[in-house]
Design a protein around this ligand. Sequence first.
Ligand code: FES
Length: 152
Amino acid sequence: MAENPKWNQRELTVGELSARSGVAVSALHFYERKGLITARRTSGNQRRYRRDTLRRVALIRIAQRVGIPLTEIGAALDKLPDGHIPTGEDWQRLSASWRSELDERIHRLQQLRDEFDGCIGCGCLSLERCALANPHDAAAQHGPGPRRLLES
Ligand code: FES
């Protein structure tokens, strides 16, 4: 296994990127195929990643962990400049463009945490409370799915 790259090293091999990011080499190659990260090739056809790729990989991992699809992650990363290392302003722009999407996800997760043990209007009518909260599956008239979660 490759060692962690030195702190002042500007370019990383795929092994070093893997060691420092904690992401398997195969996953890094996958991210590259999807256009989420890029590498230059040496004369020996080896990949070299700019050090700021570590930050991209960290963002990809965290975003995936909270369930954001790769296409959306890619669209967000496309907002970063291609030819130079992203500045603080570039990252700020990216995070601002993602704020409402993240706020929405946080809201949904909080709803799931707080309300999933009660009636959510999904039509199952299986909980004792549903008969009271959703008599005769009245929530179905508002559309498919867990209406109470979707509409709140
Ligand atoms: S939880 Fe499904 S209808 Fe109430």
